[in-house]
Design a protein around this ligand. Structure first.
Ligand code: ADP
Ligand code: MG
Length: 554
């Protein structure tokens, strides 16, 4: 009998084994009623077909797939399983007593199952086991009562074997019920765990990608190290701002490299020191650091885990070189404006007495002997030069609103060309003008642009000595108009380049150093820019660029 019971046990648990396979394929609970209907139905049929007779009563585990299948599958499964049960069982019954007891069983327990389905499906694994065991105990009790009734009805007596058989089959049924629910719940738990792990790993990957993207795209050079000092993150900017050793950059970039190795000896020492301090928990922010021609602001952040353990450190560097240049530029502009203010205030004071002096000098010159004429000429020339310096000052300081109107740059150039030709001829030089075909009108103040062109052209001629040609050309590209004045003069040494537009910077004994600052302020007033290209010994080109509004683009 034990062998048969074991077979029954396995057959009753068949749906669970199938469930594990089905679950693996389907990865979900969809289709549960159909699955339970098919597999528990098959299991019930097999249980009934392989049932063993215990004193005239079939002892089998058909109730396990019936009960658990219905509880998990819900009402449709209960209906299918009940139909299978009734369809197979009724033809097997051979007494009215059996028929009555079976029909009562179906009515009572099907109703109980219907009432339990919702609670069962919502319950935790523990409650499900309890609920399943309660229902199964009820069914077994009913089974024992009917057997007892049958034995007393047929006037038989209980034997020890009968009692033992009943005990074994009841215990096995309850155990199988518990195992059935336990195994299905384990699969469910495994699935939940699997999904949770998947969700966490996807989240983790997203976070890491986001962090890397942030580090890659940020305008800071970033190096992140773990608590052992190995690099875990870095970006391309870090390599340039820190001027790192390139021989450590492998397939994975700097990943895994010990941070002290990547910094150059000498100027990288500050970074190493700051990172070591950060790894020891000390935060430092905005430490200025000069690396070659770059000015950096360094910040280190000690990194900690949520439980306050050292997790590493991050070094951030902001390249403020541009900012510093901008500050210098602002300083220069401020100086320029100061010069302007000074000029404005002293001009009247100086110009008037100078005009008086010039007038009297001329008067004395007329009354003086011819032999002293040379001296007077020098006095008057020098007075004129001083006057010219004051005029330049005044132009630079000019703050009043300019009258701008749409004008042709070509016309301005053509008006100046005869004057420039005359100047060039005197010096033994030539002027070569090549203007583009079509040039849109530019909002400008003719007088100022003439002054700009004259200043730059004169500088060019002064740089060329007794020969050479000065080339004046124009070009229109999209939203820009370029005026290029190129000479074949001595060129400008690189170290002088950055001082060109500073007031009073001059290399000429008779120079004022105000011509180019004046040109720059004119260009800026015209929403323009001046670029300089120069080759020592070959010549210099000044390119004045005017930016056109969209509507006028060529
Ligand atoms: P200045 O002509 O009175 O010296 P500028 O401001 O016009 O003052 O020019 C400043 C300096 O820039 C000049 O002294 C000269 O050294 C340099 N420079 C300007 N233009 C040229 C040029 N075309 N070629 C070479 N050097 C130039
Ligand atoms: Mg000049």
């Amino acid at each position: 009998m034990l062998k048969e019971l074991l077979l029954q046990f396995i057959v009753a648990l068949l749906p669970v084994f199938a469930f594990q396979l089905w679950y693996n394929k389907e990865q979900g609970w969809k289709g549960m009623p159909i699955f339970m209907g098919i597999f528990c139905g098959a299991s019930m049929i097999l249980c009934m077909l392989t049932a063993t007779s215990v004193f005239g009563y079939e002892a089998d585990f058909r109730l396990i797939p019936y009960l658990i299948g219905s509880l998990y599958g819900g009402l449709p499964t209960l209906a299918v399983l009940s139909a299978i049960y009734v369809g197979i069982r009724i033809p097997m019954l051979d007494s009215v007593w059996e028929l009555f007891s079976f029909i009562t069983f179906i009515i009572v327990f099907a109703t109980l199952i219907v009432l339990s389905i919702h609670h069962f499906q919502q319950a935790s694994a523990l409650l499900k086991k309890r609920k399943g065991l309660q229902l199964m105990s009820g069914m077994m009790l009913y089974y024992i009562i009917t057997i007892t009734g049958f034995i007393s009805f047929s006037k038989e007596t209980w034997t020890f074997e009968m009692f033992l058989a009943l005990l074994i089959s009841t215990t096995a049924t309850l155990t199988a019920t518990w195992l059935f629910i336990f195994m299905i719940e384990s699969v469910k738990e495994k699935q939940l765990l699997h999904e949770e792990v998947k969700r966490i790993s996807v989240n983790y990957r997203n976070e890491v990608e986001k962090l890397q993207l942030f580090i890659d795209e940020t305008s800071f050079g970033v190096i992140v190290v773990d608590c052992a000092g190995r690099i875990t993150h870095s970006n391309a900017l870090a390599k340039t701002v820190f001027n790192l050793h390139t021989n450590f950059i492998g397939d994975k970039g700097l990943l895994g490299v010990d941070f002290p190795l990547i910094f150059q000896h000498g100027h990288g020492d500050t970074c190493v020191k700051m990172l070591v301090q950060a790894l020891n928990g000390k935060k430092s922010s905005l430490v200025p650091f000069v690396n070659n021609d770059k000015i950096l602001l360094l910040t280190t952040i000690p990194l900690r885990t949520s439980v306050n353990e050292h997790a590493g450190a991050a070094l951030l560097a902001q390249d403020v070189t541009e900012l510093r240049h901008l500050q210098d530029e602002v300083g220069r502009m401020e100086r320029l404006s100061l010069v302007g203010q000074m000029a404005a205030s002293i001009t009247h004071e100086i110009r008037n007495p100078m005009a008086v002096i010039r007038g009297f000098v001329q008067l004395i010159q007329e009354r003086s002997p011819k032999s002293q004429e040379g001296y007077f000429r020098i006095i008057i020339e020098e007075l004129d030069r001083a006057n010219m310096i004051i005029s330049d000052f005044l132009s630079l300081a000019q703050n009043r609103a300019l009258i701008m109107e749409p004008s042709s740059l070509h016309e301005v150039i053509n008006e100046l060309v005869p004057l420039l030709h005359a100047d060039a001829n005197l010096r033994g030089q030539s002027i070569d003008v090549s203007l583009c075909e079509h040039l849109p009108l530019i909002m400008m103040n003719d007088r100022e642009i003439k002054q700009l062109l004259l200043n730059i052209a004169r500088n060019g001629m002064e740089a060329m000595g007794n020969k050479g040609s000065l080339n004046i050309s124009t070009r229109c590209t999209g939203s820009k108009v370029e005026l290029r004045i190129a000479d074949q003069g001595v060129g400008i040494p690189p170290e002088q380049m950055k001082h060109l537009f500073e007031p009073f910077f001059t290399t000429k004994t008779q120079g004022t150093g105000l011509g180019l600052p004046l040109c720059l302020s004119i260009a800026e007033r015209h929403n323009g820019r001046i670029d300089v290209e120069s080759q020592e010994g070959e010549g210099t080109a000044f390119i004045v660029t005017f930016f056109l509004p969209e509507a006028r683009a060529c």
